[in-house]
Every structure is written in C-alpha cells, then in structure tokens.
Design a protein around this ligand. Structure first.
Ligand code: ZN
Length: 298
C-alpha cells in the first residue's frame, strides 16, 4: 500500500493510493468513508503533508477505511487513469536534510574518509520536483551527478530522541535523488565554503512518487536500491550497507535541530555516482517503495 500526491485535470491537489498495482483517488475514498462512518463529518484529506502532520498517516488508517468500504460501497469508480500528474509526496517540508558519506564505497570513490558520526547538510526545499519532472542542468557549473537515496518523512516533532524510539517519529519511506553540481561542490569544499549551493539548484531534488507508511516496511535494511541511467545500472546496494542506520540518523540530527512533521531526510547514496547529461533519463528504484523517474534537460 503506497500513497502519493497528484494534481487533477483542474489543478486540484489530491491524495492517491496504490493498491495491487491499481491507482485510486484516496481523497474521494475518504469522503465516501466519512459519509458511511459519520454522516460526512470530519476533516478533508487533500494534502498528504497535512495527513502526516495530523498524525493520520498510518497503515491502519488506510486499512480501516478500505475494510469498512469493502463491505458496503464499491470504490472501483474512484480508480485513476493515466497519465497521472504526480507531485512530491510532501510538497512543503520545513527542512530537507541529507546524510553524506553513509556508504563506505561511496566515501572512498570521492576520496573521503568514513566519518565516525553522521555528516548531515541541507538542500533548499525549493529544489523539490516530482516523479517524471525534468531535472534542469544549469549552464556553466560543470559536472552534475545523480545520487539515489532512501528518504524518510518525519511524523511528529522530534527533539533529542533516542535511537531506540526513533521509528515512532517516522511517518513513511520514499525515494530522493540528491542531484549535485559536483565540480562546484568540490571547489566550495576546497575553498572552505559551505556546499549548500551545489545541492540546491531548482529541480535538484526529485522526490517520490510514493510515500509508504512506516508500518508497511518490516525491516528497511532488507531493501535494495538501484539507479539506472538510460537503463544502464549505475548504483546498486542493499540498505544493510548503510554505515549509520535510520534510527541513529534521526537520533543524531534531533540532538542538533528539532525535526518537524513533514521534514524530509535523505539517508545517503551508495557508490556509483556519475554525471548526468542532457537527454538522459535517470531512474531510482527502491524495492517495496517504487521507481522515481526523471528526464534530464537544459
Ligand atoms: Zn546525497
């Protein structure tokens, strides 16, 4: 069971649901459920981010709605037809944070040492784009790389949480491509400057399409991440290879800054990062979560 955000033909934002390879309008399913359950009373659920912030984004919520309706009202008329205009699952996170050097082979390929505590940095939320949207290569910045990563979305405010309790603060899992202007990043690091700008160009943060409830993933370390450019495999790893696990990452970051509901954290990229060129198509595939596909242009 996977949720997503999409825009209707009239530009209205809605929540979608993927069930057994079929896509439904969950916002409308929810309205039907409210009619059955409480004569239409209750909040509207049009934004996935609001569903997360209201602490409604649980596997159980979806299951309860579907099980209730299955017995009384069919939902087949609420199926969505292609093409779907996807939006980033969470459109306005307060923060997009990324973990660097979280796979040994990737740290080595860029000539970096393996850190003894998580290295984290931020990307501008204005860089977010959806599944199928185009990554724009800015002129005169040199090499631009893809970095496929598992991303998590925060469920509730997290300050100084322990690794043991960290999963309570995770609403769900998704995919993020941490696109990076590599030459610019190297030059800024050498000059002792922050590398924020190399990570934050518009369109440098493809995200989605699906947000899978945390409860639906038994063990994220069993997931496999694969990135293909024009169908050629570039990155491939088991998430068991992460140096710092999600629980340590959430605990560590929350000691430095309070995480808010809807915040996004990308958990690092494995080895195999490479350059993107105009005309390429980059696909980040994460087992049990889905495929994030983006064309590249200028
Ligand atoms: Zn990254």
């Amino acid at each position: 069971m996977k949720a997503f955000s999409f825009a209707t033909d009239k530009g209205k934002v809605q929540i979608g649901l993927e069930l057994d390879d079929t896509l439904y309008n969950f916002s409308e399913i929810w309205e039907t459920y409210k009619q059955v359950k409480s004569k239409g009373r209750g909040p509207r659920l049009d934004f996935l981010q609001i569903m997360v912030e209201a602490d409604f984004f649980h596997l159980e919520t979806f299951q309860e709605v579907l099980e209730t309706l299955q017995k009384i009202r069919p939902i087949s008329h609420l199926k969505l037809r292609d093409p779907i205009t996807y939006l980033p699952p969470v459109g306005r996170p307060q923060k997009v944070l990324c973990v660097g050097r979280n796979y040994q082979a990737h740290a080595e390929e860029l000539g970096n040492t393996v850190p003894d505590e998580p290295v984290f940095f931020s990307k501008a939320p204005s860089a977010l784009i959806a599944h199928q949207e185009k990554i724009n290569l800015p002129k005169e910045v040199g090499r631009v790389d893809f970095e496929g990563e598992l991303a998590i979305v925060i469920r509730k405010q997290a300050h100084n949480v322990s690794a043991k309790n960290a999963f309570e603060y995770i609403a769900g899992y998704s995919i993020l491509n941490d696109v990076t202007a590599r030459d610019l990043q190297r030059a800024d690091i050498e000059a002792g400057r922050p590398w924020f700008r190399s990570k934050s160009f518009d369109t440098f943060c493809p995200f989605g399409p699906f947000l899978v409830p945390g409860e639906a993933i038994k063990n994220y370390r069993n997931l496999e991440l694969e990135v293909k450019v024009n169908d050629e495999r570039k990155q491939h790893t088991s998430l068991s290879q992460m140096i710092f696990g999600i629980e340590e990452i959430v605990a560590y970051i929350s000691k430095h800054c309070t995480l808010q509901p809807g915040d996004v954290i990308a958990t690092g990229t494995p080895s195999g990062v490479d350059q993107l060129n105009s005309g390429d198509v980059v696909k980040c595939h994460l087992s049990e979560i889905g495929v994030l596909r983006n064309p590249v242009g200028q």
